[in-house]
Design a protein around this ligand. Structure first.
Ligand code: B12
Length: 208
């Protein structure tokens, strides 16, 4: 009989097949989709996030773990929709206009999903108006902006301005290699995180 801890361990190991089979076994054994997420998948991904922060895991391990988690999530999606489990929050996440880098943004998105957030992926090269449109359509709690170029990081300010002009209440968090806490404050962002694991903590604190 599979245990919730086995599922957490499968995520930490990045073992997609075991993550899938264990998720299915837990469901077949009568566990609710919500229990499987909150006591199996999310604790596993939390450990992955901690290891990433401590430099015990690197980007490939995190991506592999996130893929295993997504495989489990796919099996749970119908059950979660039925039980109406409330997400931790809704985040519109994208790479700003002029910028095509998306590896970090995708990693942040996967970790946020692992943390129970509903993530709307706006993609790359996203103009300010598109962020505003998606945030409004989805009633987003947070807009997450990624930029990897010193020439595109200035776009973050444009999104913040557009969101304010549109009267959106969504908080804005920013990240990407050239971004610093100082820069985030300068442009009036609500938060900055240096890596994907910290992004989850930041998102939780922005909503709390
Ligand atoms: C891969 C890469 C590319 C790939 C991108 C592929 C893809 N699908 O993303 C390609 C080849 C397309 C590319 C193109 C270019 N690139 Co490039 N690229 C890189 C490289 C090597 C790695 C970036 C990366 O993926 N890192 C790994 C991820 C996991 O890290 P990350 O993105 O920093 O994300 C983490 C954090 O920053 C944070 N984070 C990220 N986003 C967010 C968002 C939020 C909300 C939060 C909270 C946190 C957060 O969490 C992430 C996970 O921990 C970097 C060098 C580097 N070491 O950064 C150069 C680099 C960013 N590129 C650079 C340049 C110059 C270019 C080009 C202009 C090159 C050219 N002359 O054509 C083009 C620009 C294209 C464009 N318009 O965007 C420069 C930028 C210099 C600068 N200061 O502006 C760099 C620094 C290389 C260099 N040393 O010169 N690039």
């Amino acid at each position: 009989m599979a245990e919730l801890g086995d599922l957490s361990q499968a995520i930490i190991n990045g073992d997609l097949n075991t993550a899938k089979s264990t998720t299915q076994e837990l469901l077949d054994g009568g566990a609710s989709a919500q229990t499987v997420v909150t006591q199996g998948l999310v604790p596993g991904m939390d450990v992955v996030g901690q290891k990433f922060k401590a430099n015990e895991f690197y980007v490939p391990e995190v991506l592999i773990a996130a893929r295993a988690m997504n495989a489990g999530m796919e099996l749970l999606a119908p059950g979660l929709a039925q039980s109406g489990v409330k997400s931790a929050g809704i985040i519109v996440l994208g790479t700003v206009k002029g910028d095509l880098h998306d590896i970090g943004k995708n990693l942040v998105g996967m970790m946020l999903k692992g943390g129970g957030f509903k993530v709307i992926d706006a993609g790359i090269d996203v103009p300010a108006e598109r962020f505003v449109e998606l945030a409004r359509q989805n009633n987003a709690d947070i807009i997450g902006l990624s930029a990897l170029l010193t020439t595109t990081m200035t776009q973050m300010g444009a999104v913040i301005e557009a969101a304010r002009e549109a009267g959106l209440s969504a908080r804005i968090m920013v990240g990407g290699a050239p971004i610093t806490q100082e820069y985030a404050e300068e442009i009036g962002a609500d938060g900055y995180a240096a890596d994907a694991a910290s992004a989850v903590d930041l998102a939780r604190s922005l909503i709390a």
